[in-house]
Design a protein around this ligand. Structure first.
Ligand SMILES: Nc1nc2c(c(=O)[nH]1)N[C@H]1C(S)=C(S)[C@@H](COP(=O)(O)O)O[C@H]1N2
Ligand SMILES: [Mo]
Length: 425
């Protein structure tokens, strides 16, 4: 045995998966692993970028109520004020993030399958350098599993991690991407070589075979390209049953995996409801005749009844609701009072600024939000009282809800009872 090579007499692997002969699939090899890896390189990069943008859309630095990861420190270095144009920005970004995440699941599983023998490498740690590399693989595989699992659980059941999904998914993403960058840097040249050399698979035991090629292959039952095609079909099938929820409208019927049902019903209120009034404990008395809208500004306060709000100038805006879960509605026609007009009531007409929006909802993380200056100033930003020509239904936020172009669904607060413009007192 030459220097540096594994010395089998000293490190005899116990029988079982730690022995290369244990793994018999003739499909495993650098080419398959490399192709799957390159697909993941593109896909995960896009997932990471859309994920960072998704986080930025919350304007987390604006106020603690906007951020569920308050201790992020410099991990928020890239944040910027989330724009209101194009008004579909959040919708498209979040749709790509969620649909891509789901579509990549078969690719991720196939990639893990293709390298399983390496996960059982013997001895587990050969040297300090090897130990560090294996630890980074643990973070890579663990991080990927964790990000995909938390993401998918969240899109199916938004509230399985009460309040903490953001924290888990956010920090998990940074751990995962760190390991991912290390992995790509060390493997990319080899992966590119393997793809180019597709026709001539290396012999088992050689450096290039890198523990992937079985020394005792079973007869093939499918070709490598066939296996890759199956993975592609799996991804395509997932795409077909999820993408409709992000397209919205008629396409939602194709979204077999969509949370909140496939058919929101007919009529002006026929679009998704994230949380019903009853499910978050809104009482009829909270939103009945006794409901008031309090508008506050520095040193001023105005209290409006619903009739007084309706008597103000009404404006229209066609905007979608787009949820972090990846679903969105087609554009709905909202009408109500401009946030700038409400700011003007309390003397903030010339320089409308950030606004704290509070709903009648007690507790829960989605009952209030701080909107940024640019969001308040956009003439399409409304305190809506009607949608598609009808008075808001209770579940869509009666008597009044916020609708802001480009903002994540969760910032379109329902059952609003108080607006505070300017710096909080
Ligand atoms: N007060 C309050 N407003 C809320 C929520 C909530 O739970 N409470 N959910 C938000 C979320 S997460 C979304 S996606 C939208 C959904 O609006 P819709 O149910 O009218 O489609 O409302 C937002 N406004
Ligand atoms: Mo949402």
């Amino acid at each position: 045995m030459t220097d540096g090579g594994p010395d089998r007499s000293r490190f005899a692997a116990p029988p079982g998966p730690t022995r290369p002969e244990f793994w018999r699939s003739p499909l495993r090899g650098p080419w398959l692993t490399a192709v799957l890896g390159l697909v993941l390189l593109v896909g995960v990069t896009l997932l990471f970028v859309t994920g960072l943008l998704s986080y930025a859309s919350y304007n987390p630095d604006l106020a603690p109520v906007n951020d569920q990861t308050p201790d992020k420190g410099w991990l928020g270095f890239y944040l910027f004020p989330w724009p209101t144009s194009p008004y579909w920005l959040y919708r498209v970004n979040q749709g790509v993030h969620v649909v891509l995440g789901i579509v990549l699941v078969p690719v991720l599983l196939a990639k893990l399958w293709s390298v399983i023998p390496k996960l059982f490498e013997w001895p587990p740690v050969r040297s300090v350098g090897h130990g560090v590399e294996r630890l980074s693989l643990l973070l890579l595989v663990g991080g990927a599993g964790f990000e995909f699992a938390t993401g998918i659980l969240n899109v199916q059941l938004h509230y399985i991690f009460p309040g903490s999904f953001y924290v888990l998914h956010f920090y998990g993403a940074w751990v995962f991407i760190g390991a991912f960058v290390v992995h790509v840097a060390s493997r990319l040249p080899r992966a590119l070589r393997s793809v180019r050399r597709a026709g001539a698979p290396p012999q088992a035991g050689t450096e290039e075979a890198a523990g992937l090629v079985s020394p005792r292959p079973a007869p093939p039952t499918i070709s490598r390209r066939g296996a890759l095609g199956m993975v592609g079909l799996g991804s395509l099938a997932l795409f077909a049953v999820t993408a409709g929820q992000s397209a919205g409208g008629w396409w939602r019927r194709t979204a077999l995996l969509a949370p909140h049902g496939r058919d929101p019903g007919p009529g002006p209120h026929g679009f998704q409801i994230n949380k019903t009034a009853a499910s978050v404990g809104i009482r009829p008395s909270d939103i009945g005749p006794a409901w008031r809208l309090t508008v506050r500004g520095p040193g001023r306060q105005v209290v409006l009844t619903r009739e007084e709000l309706l008597a103000m100038e009404q404006h229209e805006a066609a905007l979608p609701i787009a949820c972090v879960e990846g679903w969105s509605t087609s554009d709905q026609l909202w009408s109500g009072v401009r946030l700038t007009d409400l700011a003007a009531l309390v003397g903030r007409g010339s320089d409308p600024s950030r606004a704290l929006v509070e709903s009648v909802q007690r507790g829960g993380p989605f009952g209030s939000v701080v909107l940024a200056d640019n969001q308040v100033r956009d003439p399409r930003s409304l305190l809506a009282v009607r949608v598609n020509g009808a008075v808001l239904s209770e579940d869509h936020g009666y008597p009044a809800r916020v609708i802001v172009p480009g903002a994540p669904g969760v910032h379109n607060t329902k059952w609003v009872t108080r607006l505070t413009f300017g710096e909080p007192a």
